[in-house]
Design a binder for this molecule. Structure first.
Ligand SMILES: Cc1cc2nc3c(=O)[nH]c(=O)nc-3n(C[C@H](O)[C@H](O)[C@H](O)COP(=O)(O)OP(=O)(O)OC[C@H]3O[C@@H](n4cnc5c(N)ncnc54)[C@H](O)[C@@H]3O)c2cc1C
Length: 505
């Protein structure tokens, strides 16, 4: 259970912690799980909600990265395929095998991609998720209804993984807590505390009360994704940038628009990237783009040209084009790519992770993928333990089952005791009122957005449905949190502002 009051109480402990992790996305949460599992005393501080940043805006693939194979980055692909295998075993309740089909319009490309994907399967070794197969024209049409028929020669079928990114983040927060870590959201780190030029703690603020806390620690890890340079500049002004932000946008359409069980993989878009259309939670997620940005915010919004690009690229493969009115939701995320001087096209930037050690002792980690979060955590905790003389304990997360399998039975119990909570928050989607109550009580949900964007995924699947459900969610939350009507009103206004940026029209 995530219990904010308890965490705040324990944060007053004056005994130095072993490690403070700044950032509650995939990277930071993975580090907290690993470090706590080794027995270190760990605190994780997140300025917004867990996974509010990039970690809830992914394509939701647990994958080796077919694209990186094409780029010849075998090391990254092999590592990610291994991690894919571990994640599917350790979090079966949040992951699944997803089959993909690449439609091909030339025999050469059928063999070219076929061989590449055979290699992809072989590189996964014992952790392979399924066989790569060459498909004939009819089999391809059966698997990808509505696909452009003219010139179609066939397809290639291959297996990869899929997951629920934000739910995985909450699961990691719960796992870290079970292992003894303190994790808290809405708690920005505002300052690094130093003694003789060396970091000895951080200062953070509870966003709910405005109270400041000084938190002493031996190690500070900067796992703030695209915000890593801001934390670095708290340490040392005018440092060379570590991150090169690149925006990726997804469109979400109703499953009836593309009623396929398999995902479509477009191997080469106009800008030389790949594009996916993946069935996910009764909808289809289509993306993504790769747009270099100079400015970063907590609320990145899709650019008009990115929406049009995705529609155009998807429609190239369609018998009947889709349009803006088909879009139920649009979301944008920022890749924390490792800065490469002189690189104009972020699509070519490395997807590996990098660890930087500053003279003050600050350790920063950026880059990587959701799929490789566990290995990233292992690398950074190994380094921190060695550098700061923490007791030598081996990483043991490869086979650590993640929290969450018991959630449903307890949720059922909540419904049995309060049958009225079985009601849905929106008639077309399965999320119940009990889940709202649950998330407030046990998953640190504090705002409507936390419920609609990340504890449930309604905003991601259908922004209009999320807007329709918001008043009921606000009322349920207000009762649980003992907040009045004014709070409800403010929450609704804030959510309306946010949801507007998730609507395409
Ligand atoms: C469009 C797109 C698609 C992707 N698709 C996939 C995919 O399908 N599969 C895959 O494996 N990977 C995918 N990725 C990559 C993956 O999502 C990222 O690598 C990963 O989520 C990065 O996690 P992070 O924790 O480093 O960053 P974030 O999730 O951004 O977390 C950093 C956190 O730090 C917090 N923070 C910042 N400053 C402070 C502060 N001062 N105090 C406290 N907290 C602070 C932020 O609020 C944020 O929550 C995709 C990325 C994008 C952008």
């Amino acid at each position: 259970m995530l219990d904010r009051k308890k965490v705040l109480e324990k944060l007053k402990d004056a005994k130095p912690w072993d490690m403070v992790v700044i950032g509650g996305g995939a990277t930071g949460l993975g580090i907290a799980v690993d470090a706590a599992h080794r027995g270190y005393r760990v605190v994780l501080l997140e300025k917004n909600d867990f996974a509010k940043g990039t970690s809830s805006k992914s394509t939701k693939l647990v994958h080796g990265g077919v694209r990186y194979l094409a780029q010849g980055n075998f090391k990254l692909v092999v590592e990610a395929l291994r991690e894919r295998g571990f994640l599917l075993k350790n979090a079966p309740h949040l992951t699944k095998v997803q089959y993909f089909v690449i439609p091909v319009y030339s025999r050469f490309y059928q063999w070219f991609y076929g061989l590449g994907l055979l290699l992809y399967e072989l590189l996964a070794g014992k952790l392979s998720l399924g066989k790569t197969k060459i498909l004939g024209k009819q089999a391809t049409l059966d698997r990808l209804p509505g696909i452009r028929q003219k010139g179609l020669k066939g397809g290639i079928l291959y297996a990869d993984g899929q997951f629920d990114d934000a739910r995985m983040a909450i699961t990691l927060a719960l796992t870290a807590t079970t292992q003894g870590a303190l994790v808290i959201n809405y708690f920005p780190v505002t300052k690094l505390l130093k003694n003789d030029g060396k970091i000895v703690g951080v200062e953070g603020r509870d966003e709910l009360t405005g109270d400041h806390y000084a938190i002493p620690t031996r190690v500070v890890i900067n796992a703030t994704g695209v915000f890593a340079d801001r934390v670095l500049s708290m340490d040392q002004p005018n440092t060379t940038p570590l991150v090169m932000p690149s925006q990726g946008v997804h469109l979400v359409v109703h499953e009836s628009v593309f009623p396929a069980r398999d995902a479509l993989m477009i191997p080469k878009t106009k800008d030389g990237r790949v594009l996916f259309a993946v069935p996910w939670q009764d909808a289809v997620v289509i993306g993504t783009t790769d747009t270099r940005l100079d400015q970063i915010t907590d609320e990145p919004a899709a650019l008009e040209k990115e929406i049009q690009f995705i529609l155009d690229q998807f429609n190239r493969y369609r018998e009947k084009p889709i349009g803006r009115s088909d879009i139920q939701s649009v979301f944008a995320g920022l890749r924390p790519l490792v800065y490469t001087a002189g690189l104009a096209n972020t699509a070519k930037a490395s997807r590996d992770h990098t660890i930087l050690q500053s003279d003050s002792g600050l350790i920063s980690i950026v880059g990587g993928k959701w799929t490789t979060y566990r290995k990233m955590a292992q690398d950074v905790v190994d380094l921190a333990a060695q550098k700061f003389g923490l007791p030598a304990v081996k990483c043991r997360t490869k086979h650590l089952k993640l929290h969450g399998t018991s959630k449903n039975s307890l949720l059922e119990q909540l419904i049995t005791e309060n049958p009225h909570l079985a009601k849905r928050i929106h008639p077309d989607y399965p999320y119940t009122e009990a889940e709202v109550v649950w998330a407030v009580r046990y998953e640190m949900a504090l705002h409507i957005e936390d419920i609609l964007a990340r504890r449930s995924r309604l905003l991601v699947i259908n922004a209009r449905a999320a807007l329709a459900a918001a008043p009921r969610v606000a009322a349920l939350m207000a009762r649980e949190l003992e907040n009045g009507q004014q709070w409800e009103q403010q929450q609704l206004e804030a959510f309306h502002q946010l949801a507007k940026t998730w609507l395409a029209a």
